[in-house]
Design a protein around this ligand. Structure first.
Ligand code: DOR
Ligand code: ZN
Length: 346
């Protein structure tokens, strides 16, 4: 029987939502991970230190199953952010990073950034104080095809941000294209990227051929097979520039299976096992620990977790629950298109 032991992982990109959802979702993350970067795109986005610390308190209340669990809070980049408040919140470890959503690009992003130059004062302060900038890298422009929006963002916006703020620590979140992989690989500056489990597994044909699969719909949208292959090689790369952010983004099933279905895939409860299988299927199991437990911590200059987790290869495929129930809500659990034989030992 095959077993592996690796450093306990962190989730460098997760959506916990708010209200009723927290009680169920937060412990699912805190039992698996010691740290999680928490996204701020709530119905009323987190734009001040008070909101961040109120939200963080709620998360800590629901993460008592792991005494080490640390929610790393982010502020939603917006022209109106008070720079003094931001710096103080960072120094007091209330917030960890700032998230840039191009306005309208994804869920609850209408109050995001319309003109990046209007946030330059904030970015300047972040540079000085070494506050990381996390980026949803897609332009929101009707003229640009949805499949090209990451590339156009890199060419028109990211390149400009990099030029203006060469010392800013940047994470390009949930990258989806070969183009993004090459951009990150070729840059000499402090820019790394997170990759989701689902973008390592699916391409756009998986979502669209023959029948439409709303539970594979996420943003940035799934791309071509050659893009998926490039993401896989990035995840297996020894250059430590790429790490897992699950982008686990739950929506009630009614809002996924709808005329206008929401973007987001919920993968928290099986992401580690699923990734173990992906890495093994590609004969790269020895790189799993770097991708889920090491590279992100190095990028954020945080210590590696001292705890370990163990995974065991079993004979029969594992059945994960189909949905997670929260009162009257149902959240569909991500189902990859292959069987999983890796079990997490408790
Ligand atoms: O698929 C996604 N869902 N992508 C995002 O960028 C946001 C997320 C959400 O919050 O629903
Ligand atoms: Zn996200």
């Amino acid at each position: 029987m095959k077993k592996i032991e690796i450093i306990k992982p962190d989730d460098w990109h997760v959506h916990f939502r708010e209200g009723l959802f927290l009680e169920k979702l937060v412990p699912e993350t805190s039992k698996l991970f010691n740290r999680a970067i928490v996204m701020p795109n709530l119905t009323f986005p987190i734009v001040s230190s008070n909101q961040a610390s109120e939200y963080k308190k709620q998360l800590l209340d629901f993460s008592k199953n792991n005494e080490y669990f640390e929610p790393l809070m982010t502020l939603y980049l917006n022209e109106e952010i008070d720079i003094k408040d931001l710096i103080k919140a960072y120094e007091n470890k209330i917030i960890f990073a700032v998230k840039l959503y191009p306005a309208g690009a994804t869920t609850n992003s209408s109050k995001g950034v319309k003109d990046i130059t209007k946030t330059y004062k904030i970015l300047e302060a972040m540079c000085k104080c070494k506050i990381p900038l996390l980026i949803h890298g897609e332009v929101n422009n009707k003229e640009i095809d949805v499949f090209d929006r990451e590339k156009v963002f890199i060419d028109n916006e990211l390149t400009q941000i990099c030029k203006e703020f060469p010392n800013l620590k940047i994470t390009l979140e949930h990258i989806t294209t070969k183009y993004a992989v090459q951009f990150v690989n070729n840059t000499k500056r402090n820019l790394k990227a997170s990759i989701t489990p689902h973008h390592l597994i699916l391409n756009r044909s998986d979502m669209l051929e023959h029948t439409i699969k709303p539970h594979y719909y996420c943003l940035p949208i799934l791309k071509r097979e050659e893009d998926r292959k490039a993401l896989l090689s990035a995840a297996f790369n020894t250059n430590k520039k790429f790490f897992m952010g699950t982008d686990s983004a739950p929506h009630d099933i009614k809002n996924k299976e709808a005329d206008c279905g929401c973007a987001g895939i919920f993968n928290t409860i099986n992401c580690i096992q699923v990734l173990a299988q992906v890495f093994e299927n590609n004969r790269q199991l020895n790189m799993l620990e770097n991708f889920i437990s090491v590279n992100g911590a190095l990028h954020y200059e945080l210590p590696l977790n001292s705890e370990k987790i163990r995974l065991k290869k079993v004979k029969d495929p594992i059945n994960f629950p189909n949905v997670l129930k929260i009162n009257n809500f149902k959240i569909k659990v991500f189902k990859p298109n292959f069987k999983i034989f890796w079990q997490l030992e408790s």
